[in-house]
Write a protein that binds this ligand. Structure first.
Ligand SMILES: [Zn+2]
Length: 268
């Protein structure tokens, strides 16, 4: 069952990638609202559920949450560093009047200067996001190894940001001069990384709950990073403030999910 849910999450990556090449593309605003919703949900899942649960189980878990946070911080930033040459910056300033230094992790398609992305930087971003996607998969099956309640929450925390994730990597690859096929292929790679993470945690975690909890703690740290440092800053780029309402809506959706899990008899 949990592997089917991991499969659905992986598929959402691929759908997100595919959305970049169809005629009726997602508008930038729609994508931002999606990201805002995912931000509200993933942050409340971490802060209201995973962090207190981890501390209850093992107070030293806090250190591993920080490790998970730092792993994603390092892979998304170390691998994604790139240099714009002075000439590139000058050309851009002449054309656009300004130059914004920008991140190439989650929301690079939003900055409007895609042609400045070097192909090597886009592959680095793909590697960073693939490691992140691996933890998405880990969180789902490690969550189910701990309890159905945790697994269901982790699945929701993952699924809400998967379509923007696939969309981001695909548009980033194409923004760096890649083909449409390359764009969708990059989203497929994220899907495969998600599934690999899910199978890995399933194999090592289903027979050893202690190990599943440890993996889940790492994944919690990675989710805190994704929520606070990938998704929330992306919502700040909106032309309007509606994305703030969607962040709040994401928090409400988390509360609603808790309620519905209770109704379905899936308690913590
Ligand atoms: Zn993800």
């Amino acid at each position: 069952m949990e592997l089917i849910l991991v499969g659905i999450a992986a598929l959402a990556d691929i759908i997100g990638g595919y959305l970049t090449i169809i005629k009726r593309r997602l508008s930038r605003d729609t994508l931002l609202y999606f990201i805002a919703l995912a931000a509200g949900f993933i942050l409340s899942a971490c802060i209201l559920d995973r962090v207190p649960e981890t501390m209850k189980e093992n107070p030293r878990g806090a250190l591993w949450i920080l490790v998970g946070f730092m792993v994603i911080y390092l892979v998304e930033n170390l691998f994604s560093t790139h240099a714009h040459t002075a000439e590139e910056v000058q050309t851009h300033i002449e054309k656009e009047g300004t130059f914004h230094e920008h991140s190439h992790s989650f929301v690079a398609q939003d900055v409007g200067c895609e042609y400045l992305i070097a192909p090597s930087a886009s592959y680095a971003a793909l590697l960073g996001l693939a490691i992140h996607a691996f933890f998405d998969g880990v969180a789902i099956t490690a969550g189910f190894a701990v309890s159905n309640h945790t697994g269901a929450l982790m699945f929701l925390a993952v699924i809400f940001h998967k379509i923007p994730e696939g969309f981001s990597i695909s548009s980033l690859i194409m923004g760096a001069g890649g083909s449409k096929r390359g764009g969708v292929l990059s989203a497929l790679i994220l899907g495969i990384a998600t599934f690999t993470g899910g199978v890995f945690a399933y194999l090592v975690g289903s027979s050893n709950t202690g190990l599943a909890r440890a993996l889940l703690t790492l994944a919690t740290g990675s989710f805190l990073y994704i929520g606070a440092s990938d998704l929330i800053p992306a919502t700040n780029q909106g032309r309007n403030k509606i994305s703030i309402i969607f962040v709040m809506f994401g928090i409400l959706l988390f509360a609603l999910s808790l309620y519905l899990l209770g109704v379905a008899g899936i308690h913590p």
